[in-house]
Design a binder for this molecule. Sequence first.
Ligand SMILES: N[C@@H](CCC(=O)N[C@@H](CS)C(=O)NCC(=O)O)C(=O)O
Length: 237
Amino acid sequence: MTSPIPYDLWYWSGIPGRGEFVRLPLEAAGIAYRDRAREEGDEAVLRHLERMGAYPAFAVPLLEAEGLAIAQTANILLWLGERHGLAPADTAGRLWAHQLQLTVADVVAEAHATHHPIAASLYYADQKLEAERAAACFRNERIAAFLDYFERAAGSGGWLVGEHWTYADTSLFQLVEGLRYAFPQRMAALGGRWPKVAAIARRVASLPRLQEYLASGRRLAFNEQGIFRHYPELDGP
Ligand SMILES: N[C@@H](CCC(=O)N[C@@H](CS)C(=O)NCC(=O)O)C(=O)O
């Protein structure tokens, strides 16, 4: 069921970033939304965050929908899951999808820390040596630890949770895409280690509305301003 009034998504206009974890289920479910920074520029995001009244958000993504202002990616998805049936309705299933999303968020934070291990406010060039050490650990230990986990966690119905796609699946897709972009050599070296994860990612990309979205100009390419960045010196087999 789609709201007659498009939702407002606030997220930086030039990167897929954490906003993409919200865009994907909106797009896959055909839920109308306005990508406000892409219409009005990133300054509008800053102005909006400064002017929020009750329930201010510290950072984007921020989704405003049906009188609510919801921040924190996993929180937004928890709400979308409940409101639009993009996750199981029962407590155990709802918490399971949320738990998987929080784990995706952990990987996202670690992936960001590979190129910004000291501080997000410093340039990459100013923390390059530390980044090389952080990226080596992430590449050699953490990618496999997390994806082994998602492989174990995947259900028998062809998706992470239950018999239908949920926001956990769209997030896993985006995570795998991001890791492939940032660490192509390492991901290739790990090859077919995660057949269920790879199948879920393929299934997500084949969802009819997502096929259309992924081929459209609305889909932002990964780049070196975002969370998943490809710096050849941070990759390796
Ligand atoms: N835990 C938050 C993290 C939000 C976050 O760090 N957003 C970034 C963009 S991806 C940001 O705008 N950060 C500004 C800041 O931390 O000052 C979430 O998952 O939504």
